[in-house]
Every structure is written in structure tokens, then in C-alpha cells.
Design a protein around this ligand. Structure first.
Ligand SMILES: Nc1ncnc2c1ncn2[C@@H]1O[C@H](COP(=O)(O)OP(=O)(O)OP(=O)(O)O)[C@@H](O)[C@H]1O
Length: 288
């Protein structure tokens, strides 16, 4: 078993609000091994993005911290690439130039011009987007743009890939195709991946481990489920696999329990004054 690659220890995240400190996360402890694919799942507003932002170095924990390869994470770095739900490509640059921007940032000094060109094409090919290299993001579909976002992240050769609902906005077929590509690429590159998802099937299919978070405020790790299914994984054959069905039920059970708690709290307390309105926990039982 490989050693710990990334470690969160005693992480607390308190946000300043007009009504005082809002403790979003409390005592998050997590050890992740090199090459592990970890999904974060939990109800809306529980703090998944906050965890990801701390690992990305975009937020600083108010207590505890994050250590990657023995170094404390204090700021963003190219060894941790982030893929957001809405690709976040530069609309005025072509598909090629969007990837090039990231590659220049990381490899300007270490790769020659031709090597960089080949590397950009290689990454576009990985996600089947080389044919659209000269198109702008507005000229390709949402799924294609998302693939470019993934190529851009992979082209930085990140040792950690952080994904915040990367396939959330895509139709089912595109989503399935990208999930399969991601599994293949990750097997090949052995990156450590942390992915936020609301989709239970996606979490079980892709992950080595599913971290289920309790409801906020003061959210923490509720359950840590290891998905011991052989790879490569095939969604069609897995659908009837009793182990797969068991894992899926475990996650659903956890989420329904937490959902019941949310409903219980909201029936007793009509308002949650601490959290901002757009982040009030919502029922997402259908997809979560
Ligand atoms: N800058 C901030 N200031 C105050 N509160 C914040 C801030 N950022 C996040 N929060 C609160 O922290 C909690 C966790 O937010 P976060 O976005 O991490 O949740 P999430 O699980 O990713 O939600 P979702 O699934 O809806 O994306 C929420 O209650 C949110 O309102």
C-alpha cells in the first residue's frame, strides 16, 4: 500500500459573517494515498467545496491544515489542478490556446516549443478534442468544453486533480463517456483525485473511496467507504454486481439518514440564520 500523499488534520473552517463566526467545517481528518480516487459526497451546503478549496490552497483553514507530499498547503500551486463544473475556459482563446496557457505557466522553462506543442496535442487527444483545437469555447458543446477543461488540468501534470462536480451540467451520455475517459486516464497517470459529486452511481463507479460528509454547520467526515471493485470497471456489468449494489445502498442509506435529520431540523427551526440563503441545504434525494 502506498504512503500518504495528502493529509488533512484537524481542519476547521470558520467564516466571518455579520452574525458572527459560521463554523462550516469542524475537525476534518483525512489521509489520502498516492493515486487514490476519492469522492466527497454529502448534502448541499455541507462543506464539500470548502474542503476542496482548502486543498486547492484557495482557502486557509482556521484550525489545522493540509499537507501535500510533506509540505503544508498555503496557496494554489500547479501540482494541484482544479476542474470546475463549468469548465471556466477563456472564451477569446481557442481550445488549443486555452490548454497552452496552462502549459506555458508550468513548463515554459522546462519544455521546448515543439515539445510543448506535442504535449498540448497529446492532452487534447486524451479527451478526444484534438479535432477542435482551433475552435473557441463558444463554438463547441458544453460537454466538449468540459473535456477541454479536463485536458487543461491534466496538461499541467498535476499530482492532485481536484474536481468540483465536473460532470454536473452534462447530459447523461456525455457524462458517461467522460466518466469512462477519466477512469482510463487516471489509471494511466496515477494522479490522486478528489472529486465532489451529488451522483451516487458516479461516486461508486469512479472511486476507490467515498467520503460521506455530515450535514453542516460544523460538518465533518461521517463515513469513509472503501470501494473494493476491480478495475477497469464497466458500468454495464457492474449494474448487476451485488458488491456494487451494496456500496450504492450504503451511500444512499447515509444520505437518506442525513436528509431525515435536515427535515427534522427544518421542521423545528424554520430558518438557519448562519448560512447564506443560496447555500441553504436543499433536498437532492433524486440525484444525491
Ligand atoms: N465565504 C463564505 N462566507 C460565509 N459562509 C460561507 C462562505 N463560503 C461557504 N460558506 C458556507 O459554508 C457552508 C459550506 O459551503 P460549501 O460551498 O462548501 O458547501 P457544499 O457542500 O459544496 O455545497 P453544494 O453541494 O451546494 O455546492 C455553507 O453553509 C455556506 O453557506
Amino acid at each position: 500500500m502506498s504512503k500518504t500523499h495528502l493529509e488533512l488534520t484537524g481542519v476547521e473552517m470558520a467564516f466571518d459573517t455579520p452574525k458572527g463566526a459560521f463554523i462550516a467545517l469542524d475537525n476534518i481528518n483525512l489521509k489520502i494515498r498516492k493515486g487514490e480516487f476519492v469522492s466527497l459526497i454529502g448534502h448541499s451546503g455541507c462543506g464539500k467545496s470548502t474542503v476542496l478549496n482548502i486543498v486547492a490552497g484557495l482557502l486557509q483553514a482556521t484550525k489545522g491544515g493540509c499537507v501535500l507530499d510533506g509540505h503544508e498547503v498555503n496557496s494554489p500551486g500547479p501540482e494541484r489542478a482544479v476542474v470546475f463544473q463549468n469548465h471556466a475556459l477563456m472564451p477569446w482563446l481557442t481550445v488549443y490556446e486555452n490548454v497552452e496557457l496552462a502549459v506555458q505557466q508550468v513548463f515554459r522553462k522546462t519544455m521546448g516549443k515543439q515539445e510543448r506543442r506535442d504535449w498540448i496535442h497529446h492532452n487534447l487527444e486524451l479527451v478526444n478534442m484534438a479535432h477542435a483545437a482551433d475552435k473557441r469555447p463558444g463554438e463547441v458543446s458544453g460537454g466538449m468544453a468540459q473535456r477541454v477543461g479536463i485536458a487543461r488540468a491534466l496538461a499541467m501534470k498535476p499530482s492532485v486533480l481536484l474536481m468540483d462536480e465536473p460532470f454536473g451540467a452534462l447530459d447523461a451520455l456525455t457524462r458517461a463517456h467522460l466518466q469512462d475517459s477519466l477512469m482510463e486516464i487516471q489509471q494511466e497517470l496515477n494522479n490522486t483525485v478528489i472529486m465532489i459529486t451529488h451522483d451516487v452511481d458516479e461516486a461508486v463507479l469512479l472511486s476507490d473511496r467515498i467520503i460521506m460528509m455530515t450535514n453542516g454547520p460544523e460538518a465533518t467526515v461521517g463515513e469513509d467507504l472503501y470501494i473494493d471493485l476491480p478495475r477497469p470497471r464497466n458500468r454495464v456489468t457492474l449494474a448487476d454486481n451485488p458488491e456494487y449494489v451494496h456500496y450504492r445502498q450504503e451511500v444512499l442509506r447515509f444520505l437518506y439518514e442525513k436528509q431525515r435529520k435536515l427535515e427534522h431540523i427544518s421542521s423545528r427551526r424554520p430558518e438557519r440564520p448562519e448560512a447564506s440563503d443560496d447555500k441553504q441545504p436543499k433536498a437532492r434525494a433524486a440525484r444525491a
